[in-house]
Design a binder for this molecule. Structure first.
Ligand code: MN
Length: 195
């Protein structure tokens, strides 16, 4: 069964002015699509063709892993982006205060992880052992390979920001963390992680 490109969970202009339609045309329409196309070519006729995307991510390495993980990472990245969710509430806000001291400290740690990831990769808010923490991964690597549950992520591959921000990775990171975190999605992911 072929892996499919999931639809974007928002309109192409929903993230303007922080992420442009042109970036989404390339980042979703070309890059995310290419990982799907490549993975389907790689798994056709193999045992992986019968697995779910999550099963492939957990059981594979090399090219199959890179493409499968990048499909998962991008779908998760899109789900975490939304304008106007107005900060964490309830048990998420309490968990952030407990584990980071304040929302500002969490944002600072996320920005630092994203800014200092050398080369391509991702910065993440994860849950591990019932606690929230910030981690970063290189290339396609992702938290589920390390026993962590992903709550939110920011893509710091150059293709994520070069159209809108050119080489200014810190500016992209700051705008996303200040304006585009879908705190409702983070709260849902935390509830699932603690189940
Ligand atoms: Mn990307």
């Amino acid at each position: 069964m072929a892996i499919e490109l999931p639809p974007l969970p928002f309109e192409k202009n929903a993230l303007v002015p922080y992420i442009s339609e042109e970036t989404l045309d390339y980042h979703y329409g070309k890059h995310h699509q290419a990982y799907v196309t490549n993975l389907n070519k790689l798994i056709e006729g193999t045992a992986d063709a019968a697995k779910s995307l999550e099963e492939i991510v957990l059981s594979s390495e090399g090219g199959v892993f890179n493409n499968a993980a990048q499909i998962w990472n991008h779908t998760f990245y899109w789900s975490g982006l939304k304008q106007g969710t107005n900060g964490p509430k309830g048990s998420l806000a309490a968990a952030i205060d407990r584990d980071f001291g304040s929302l500002d400290t969490l944002k600072t740690e996320l920005a630092q992880a994203a800014t200092t990831q050398f080369g391509s990769g991702w910065a993440w808010l994860v849950a591990e052992g019932g606690k929230l923490k910030v981690v970063k991964t290189a290339n396609a690597d992702l938290p589920c390979k390390h026993g962590q549950k992903a709550l939110w992520t920011i893509d710091v591959w150059e293709h994520a920001y070069y159209i809108d921000y050119r080489n200014a990775r810190p500016k992209y990171i700051d705008e996303i963390i200040q304006n585009l975190v879908n705190w409702d999605a983070v709260a849902e992911n935390l509830a699932k992680a603690l189940d």
